[in-house]
Design a protein around this ligand. Structure first.
Ligand SMILES: Nc1ncnc2c1ncn2[C@@H]1O[C@H](COP(=O)(O)OP(=O)(O)OP(=O)(O)O)[C@@H](O)[C@H]1O
Ligand SMILES: [Mg+2]
Length: 313
């Protein structure tokens, strides 16, 4: 009876239901003991929550188009504005959830933008361990995804300012679903994706997904993202600003030269700025344009030129 009422479930450790012991479901805990804040063992796909006060401020420089979109999104997600919008959507019987997709080349600032957005709007981040989702047992992963969204729903209800559910590097779950999948792995991937799609339908808070995928993004996902921001490689003006912000002792002219010579992402420029700092600390040498150019050349070689992600991040 209690099982049918969804008040009890079997204990479940590491994916195996233990039929000799029971525990309350999240639902039961919420219904029966609303006054208690019971900390539940977190599933592995939910990493530690990141409070917005721990995110350090970083100035981002965008191309015109992305800049406008991100500005708009930041304003929308400021609490005052967000509350009004949600109310209006509810009045019109529309879904209240805000799902945003940041997509584009590696190192163009997608993850950092999500963090800065959270910081500026005072929202905590609940990060999802996307790689864990795929490495779990078949039945287990489906259950854990549901639990993830249930936990998120509770977090939204419990906080004045809705936190952001962050699917960082979500390529694995946003890719095209396999039609008529036969292998167990493909079937599982499809069902994981279907569950996420379903959950997105009833999402009440804010979800941000970042991905390098541009071509083979599943259309069903594409449709469910209300805001999609494409991150292009920075143009010369943006690159110049990034160079200057990362190596403040650089002259504007040198920064422009570097911006014009190298087709780098912000992430690549950051790499070079780091190398330069390390070098300065070790040798005490001043920053020179020539030295920076040498770093740029070697960055070009190690990265194999355009776009491709090599090595680990
Ligand atoms: N537009 C930008 N303005 C300023 N800094 C930038 C910009 N883009 C990237 N950076 C710098 O590069 C670092 C790496 O960027 P980030 O990790 O956000 O890239 P990403 O788009 O998420 O890449 P990936 O697709 O590989 O995950 C940032 O922490 C930031 O310092
Ligand atoms: Mg990233």
């Amino acid at each position: 009876e209690l099982f049918n009422l969804k008040l009890l479930e079997f204990e479940n450790n590491d994916g195996f239901a233990d039929r000799s012991s029971y525990c309350f479901t999240q639902f039961a805990i919420k219904e029966l003991f609303p006054e208690l804040t019971i900390k539940k063992k977190k599933s592995r796909i939910i990493k530690l929550m990141k409070t917005h006060t721990t995110i350090s401020s970083k100035k981002m420089y965008y191309n015109q188009q992305e800049g406008v979109q991100i500005n708009q999104l930041t304003n929308l997600l400021k609490q005052e504005q967000f509350k009004q919008i949600q109310q209006r959507l509810a009045d019109r019987g529309m879904r209240k959830g805000f799902a945003c997709l940041f997509y584009g080349a590696p190192g163009t600032g997608k993850t950092e933008t999500a963090l800065q957005l959270a910081r500026e709007t005072g929202r905590d981040i609940i990060p999802v361990n996307v790689s864990e989702i795929k490495s779990m047992w078949v039945g287990e992963s489906e259950k854990n995804i549901k639990e993830l969204f249930d936990n998120y729903r509770l977090a939204v209800e419990d906080s004045d300012i809705a936190p952001i559910l962050l699917f960082n590097e979500a390529d694995a779950v946003l890719g095209i679903r396999q039609e008529g999948a036969t292998s167990a792995v493909n079937k599982m991937e499809n069902s994981i994706q279907n569950i996420i799609l379903q959950e997105m339908e009833t999402l009440e808070g804010i979800m941000i997904a970042t991905t390098n995928l541009t071509q083979n993004l599943d259309k069903a996902f594409e449709r469910r993202f209300l805001y999609k921001v494409k991150f292009e490689k920075p143009n010369i003006k943006a690159k110049q600003a990034i160079w200057l912000s990362m190596i403040p002792e650089l002259s504007k002219k040198s920064a422009l030269i570097l911006a014009e010579m190298y087709d780098f992402s912000g992430g690549q420029i950051e790499n070079i700025a780091r190398k330069n700092s390390v070098d300065q600390i070790l040798t005490g040498k001043k920053t020179t344009l020539k030295q920076l150019q040498e770093y740029c050349e070697s960055e070009n070689i190690t990265k194999g030129g355009e776009g491709k992600r090599i090595g680990f991040r």
